[in-house]
Design a protein around this ligand. Sequence first.
Ligand SMILES: Nc1ncnc2c1ncn2[C@@H]1O[C@H](COP(=O)(O)OP(=O)(O)OP(=O)(O)O)[C@@H](O)[C@H]1O
Ligand SMILES: [Mg+2]
Length: 250
Amino acid sequence: MTAATTHALEVVDLKKAFGGLTVTHNVSLTVRAGERRLIIGPNGAGKTTLFNQISGDLRPSSGRIKLFDRDITQLPPYKRAHCGLSRTYQIITLFPGDTLEHNVTLGLLGLRPARWQMWRPIGFYSDLATEARRTLDAVGLLHLAAHPVSDIAYGEKRRVELAVALAQRPRVLLLDEPLAGLSNTERSTVKALIASISRDTTLIMIEHDMDTALDLAETVTLLDYGRVIVDGERDAVIADERTREVYLGV
Ligand SMILES: Nc1ncnc2c1ncn2[C@@H]1O[C@H](COP(=O)(O)OP(=O)(O)OP(=O)(O)O)[C@@H](O)[C@H]1O
Ligand SMILES: [Mg+2]
């Protein structure tokens, strides 16, 4: 008898149609616990739409999503977060007028079933602030904790987004183009940060910057026109003729 493999995420026949436009056509994926998966594909391939369905921001037209063997297809996003799923967005979604510390704390509060409640002991909120500061320290931004997000550089905002996601101690983390728009220096910083994420967290990352992202990936999925074209070990996918045709344009 063989031991069962633990799947962190299983996506089965996921389809999303907007009116007559089908954006993901029966996409199926299996990601092992602890795996580092890179998702690539041309603009409009359906990568973000796939993430939106996994996170619950979009309801699939059909198909199933399982997180550690639990079917989460019908769960709203905050319940998926309770199950250990966390994500960042292609477009920054922080509250610009709020401090870094408050943004991370709000992310933590969003995770809790009970939100702001006056009767809670004051220690409850100071625990959250401590956790927020610990995570800001981990992304190298503790010195800016009291600054509003609107005052900091773009690359730093990307790191705050990572802090918001990491503070929830996710078991599966979806990163949508975490390196987009960064300078070379910022890219190295964010790349090192992603590389340092514990194996207790399974990583699934969409990224166009192949030079940087391939170093972080063990497995790669190529999407095109909403379909999985190639999927497997990184080197095999990169060497595959279909990858060259679709993504590398050769
Ligand atoms: N809410 C929506 N309503 C209608 N069409 C949508 C919606 N969201 C996405 N689409 C369409 O779905 C297709 C895939 O978009 P998606 O954002 O998933 O692509 P992507 O692979 O993430 O691209 P990029 O690399 O540019 O980020 C596009 O044609 C887009 O216009
Ligand atoms: Mg996208």
